[in-house]
Design a protein around this ligand. Structure first.
Ligand SMILES: *[C@@H]1O[C@H](CO)[C@@H](O)[C@H](O)[C@H]1NC(C)=O
Ligand SMILES: *[C@@H]1O[C@H](CO)[C@@H](O)[C@H](O)[C@H]1NC(C)=O
Ligand SMILES: *[C@@H]1O[C@H](CO)[C@@H](O)[C@H](O)[C@H]1NC(C)=O
Ligand SMILES: *[C@@H]1O[C@H](CO)[C@@H](O)[C@H](O)[C@H]1NC(C)=O
Ligand SMILES: *[C@@H]1O[C@H](CO)[C@@H](O)[C@H](O)[C@H]1NC(C)=O
Ligand SMILES: *[C@@H]1O[C@H](CO)[C@@H](O)[C@H](O)[C@H]1NC(C)=O
Ligand SMILES: *[C@@H]1O[C@H](CO)[C@@H](O)[C@H](O)[C@H]1NC(C)=O
Ligand SMILES: *[C@@H]1O[C@H](CO)[C@@H](O)[C@H](O)[C@H]1NC(C)=O
Ligand SMILES: *[C@@H]1O[C@H](CO)[C@@H](O)[C@H](O)[C@H]1NC(C)=O
Ligand SMILES: *[C@@H]1O[C@H](CO)[C@@H](O)[C@H](O)[C@H]1NC(C)=O
Ligand SMILES: CC(=O)N[C@H]1CO[C@H](CO)[C@@H](O)[C@@H]1O
Length: 670
């Protein structure tokens, strides 16, 4: 994402005055059995990049921050980020002794004073704390060497006040690097996150000695028990929205602050010791522990189709000066194109290809399936070179070898590209009213073969004078219910027009509340807690209740029926008809609903809103927060009606509702 308003969706007339919803605010709404088009399987999903510690310190379950001293300058205080001395040990990060691998040249040098009283060592404070959970087994490891010290090392999980929850004593230190592994199993949970991972030496034996440490790791249990896997609560929350598309690895974080610090796929694979990590675009080092294979496996775990973002020859030097970003000249682009060809071969090549063989050697023989390649990220800011040679260089070379691939452009949709783009990813961060107005944008979009991925969008403000929320930038924000109803209104438009919109993703997905760059996000978390926002629940309600086909309603949802927005769909496997409705207004609105098919005389409703709250202004701006995570949660109910083809339903002020009805005679009705 980028800190600049994108104004693209053309000019819109102001939303018309409500005309259909006359007092007492009732709307006659007929759901027909007329199918307008199929809904693509990829409609709802996620875009992904490491931002706000969404990956390192977030979804990636590793607990130790700065675990291998990647992306830091030896000798500086900053290189010791998240590490602290215990009882007078002198710590520094050095590259003067050989590192644990060529990819990880930095080590932690620990010098013990000549006179020591009591235990001495050092600690890691995690990502602003560590969750210590009774019954969990924490798998840990580190490398150590010392020319002189051969004593024991005690590792533990303890509170910062010194309560030990689990510990283990290890031996085997010698003058060459050795990897020590251990498991810690706390018998009691810590009261809070204010805990550290502690490494303590035998004080007497250690006095005056120097030791070196490298490549630490500490993992709690992970999602599906995968090694090097995902944090369970966050992974489960993401999986629970049933995403079917997964764009990765960025976002600006793909691009790098310079060509050389771009996301390099080949440096994110293999043993963790072979991954150098990098300084990402969002001002913290990336471990690349979440690498290409982890992303592909995660997408498979989710049942999501990957959209692979590939580097397009540009880096994000300075966000305040978009015109000044470095661009690879045409004459120098070929090696980068080849790098992407290698990456694709690594993903889809069989095991007799050069890079497919490397993949097989890393445990995955079967090629992954990959259909979508996104060339760059938000290249509308540097359109000239994109149109002149960058787009074509990647598209032509990749399609020559992989004719089945489909490409997404990231320029302004109005830009003519050669070869012409057939799919476009264009991003929207704006005010609530922008999304409400644009709920109808795709209704009149030409059916000319161009398909959209609304690859990043979010209501960033409910203050119309400040649509990007820039005055609050830098302050933690959570999506508000009013913003989420506006997103839902927009989503009814995307689903209704899913013959044009083939995929979408709210962004960003995750933020650590102690260190974030772009708010609001769909899920916020700290070391142990997590909050699902109102926008999260909207995504879940829309994505988990999917039809296979869009149905016509009468009247159609359009600007005359705001602030009620809707879309109807039919699932031809389950024969369920869905009606998704957003009421963005401040009044309850009644739908007198008539069905062109028969039902058993009952329906279920999932509703997000807080009808009990008043005044309306509180309801409007209400958010789920890390301290009050359940202020607004979906409520499921069912109701029955006498005539199996009609019922009235009240859509509460500022709410989102999904109605589901079993159809008994869909195919031979109407
Ligand atoms: C549904 O389709 C039929 C047959 O094409 C048409 O007569 C009818 O007007 C349509 N109904 C609506 C509400 O579009
Ligand atoms: C932790 O180690 C055990 C024993 O080696 C292993 O079975 C388990 O998969 C590991 N867990 C993780 C998350 O790596
Ligand atoms: C990864 O690929 C890039 C580009 O081809 C290359 O410059 C770099 O040396 C490679 N890294 C490793 C560790 O092989
Ligand atoms: C970034 O660009 C702005 C606007 O041109 C300039 O004022 C600023 O000095 C630049 N920052 C860096 C680090 O180059
Ligand atoms: C593997 O892929 C290469 C390149 O696409 C192809 O030439 C070869 O026939 C394939 N081999 C097998 C066993 O499928
Ligand atoms: C389809 O129409 C849109 C909007 O006018 C335009 O931007 C796009 O280039 C068109 N696509 C094709 C394939 O003509
Ligand atoms: C809304 O944004 C305007 C323009 O930035 C600002 O002056 C005003 O204080 C904001 N209002 C609130 C309630 O934050
Ligand atoms: C549902 O619709 C899809 C797409 O039109 C079709 O491929 C599938 O066979 C249909 N399934 C049933 C049970 O009708
Ligand atoms: C919601 O908050 C915004 C910004 O603080 C404010 O401008 C707006 O009036 C509030 N909305 C309502 C309905 O109170
Ligand atoms: C729905 O409400 C209308 C009044 O708005 C009423 O005339 C009608 O009978 C109600 N329909 C049902 C099925 O209850
Ligand atoms: C907007 C914001 O919170 N920015 C912060 C993000 O985190 C970096 C450090 O990683 C800070 O420097 C930014 O101020």
């Amino acid at each position: 994402m980028i800190l600049q308003k994108l104004c693209l969706l053309g000019l819109f007339s102001p939303v018309a005055v409500r005309s259909l919803l006359t007092p007492p605010n009732a709307l006659n709404l007929e759901i027909t059995t007329n199918i307008t088009h199929e809904i693509p399987s990829t409609l709802y999903g996620y875009m992904w990049e490491d931002i706000n510690h969404s990956g390192d310190g977030g979804l990636y379950a590793e607990l130790l921050q700065n675990r291998a001293f990647q992306g830091v300058i030896p000798g500086t205080q900053n290189a010791l980020n998240a590490w602290q001395a215990h009882n007078g040990a002198r710590l520094s990060v050095t590259s003067k002794t050989e590192g644990v691998s060529s990819a990880l040249p930095n080590s932690l040098q620990v010098q013990i004073p000549k006179v020591v009283f009591g235990p001495v060592g050092f600690e890691n404070t995690g990502y602003w704390g560590l969750k210590v959970q009774e019954g969990w087994t924490y798998n840990g490891s580190f490398y150590v060497k010392s020319d002189t010290y051969t004593g024991s090392i005690t590792v533990s999980l303890k509170s910062s006040r010194g309560t030990v929850f689990a510990s283990q004593t290890l031996t085997g230190v010698s003058n060459a690097w050795v990897k020590l592994t251990f498991q810690l199993t706390p018998t009691v949970s810590a009261a809070n996150d204010d805990n550290v991972f502690s490494v303590i030496l035998d004080g007497g034996a250690a006095a005056g000695q120097t030791l070196y440490f490298g490549m630490f790791s500490l993992f709690p249990p992970t999602f599906k028990g995968r090694e090097n896997g995902m944090r369970i609560d966050l992974a489960e929350a993401m999986a629970a929205t049933n995403p079917t598309v997964w764009r990765f690895p960025g976002g600006n974080n793909l691009e790098g602050l310079s060509f050389d610090t771009r996301w390099k796929w080949n440096e994110t694979i293999g043993p963790l010791e072979n991954r150098p990590g990098r300084v990402g675009d969002w001002s913290y080092p990336n471990t690349d522990g979440l690498g290409l294979l982890e992303y592909l496996n995660w997408a498979e775990d989710l049942g999501a189709e990957p959209i692979l973002g590939v580097w397009s020859g540009i880096s994000t030097a300075n966000y305040s000066d978009l015109a000044d970003w470095p661009i690879v000249p045409e004459a120098d682009l070929q090696p980068y194109v080849e790098d992407v060809l290698n990456e694709i071969e690594f993903i889809v090549g069989n095991k007799s290809t050069k890079w497919g063989k490397v993949r097989a050697s890393l445990g995955r023989e079967e090629p992954y399936s990959l259909r979508f390649i996104e060339v760059g990220n938000e290249d509308q800011f540097q359109e000239d070179s994109y149109a002149a040679y960058r787009w074509s260089a990647f598209v032509n070379a990749i399609s020559a070898e992989y004719p089945e691939m489909e490409f997404l452009a990231t320029s302004f949709p109005s830009l003519a590209l050669n070869p012409p783009y057939k799919r476009i990813d264009f991003h929207q961060y704006d005010s609530a009213s922008f999304f409400e107005t644009n709920a109808f944008f795709f209704d009149t979009y030409p059916r000319n073969g161009t398909k959209w991925f609304v690859g990043e969008y979010a209501v960033t403000s409910t203050n119309e004078s400040n649509p990007l929320g820039l005055i609050t930038q830098g302050r933690l924000q959570y999506p508000s219910l009013a913003g989420s109803t506006a997103e839902a209104a927009f989503m009814t438009g995307m689903e209704r027009n899913s013959d044009v919109v083939f995929a979408s993703a709210y962004a960003p997905s995750l933020q650590h509340i102690r260190n974030y760059q772009w708010t609001p996000d769909i899920i916020s978390f700290d070391a142990s807690r997590m909050v699902r926002s109102t926008s999260y629940y909207v995504q879940q309600m829309f994505s988990s209740n999917r039809g296979t086909h869009v149905l016509t309603t009468n009247p159609p949802s359009d600007s005359t029926s705001v602030p009620l927005y809707w879309v109807a769909s039919y699932n031809n496997e389950t024969e369920v008809v869905f009606l998704k409705v957003s009421n963005t207004g401040t009044d309850d609105l009644v739908g007198n609903i008539v069905l062109d098919f028969s039902t058993p005389g009952f329906a279920t409703a999932i509703s997000l809103g807080t009808p009990a709250l008043s005044p309306i202004s509180e309801l409007f701006n209400i958010s789920n927060t890390i301290d009050e995570p359940d202020q607004v949660i979906p409520v499921a109910s069912s109701f029955s009606f006498q005539d199996p083809t009609r019922f009235n339903y009240t859509f509460p002020a500022t709410s989102i509702t999904v109605l589901a009805m079993q159809s008994l005679n869909f195919n031979n009705s109407g």
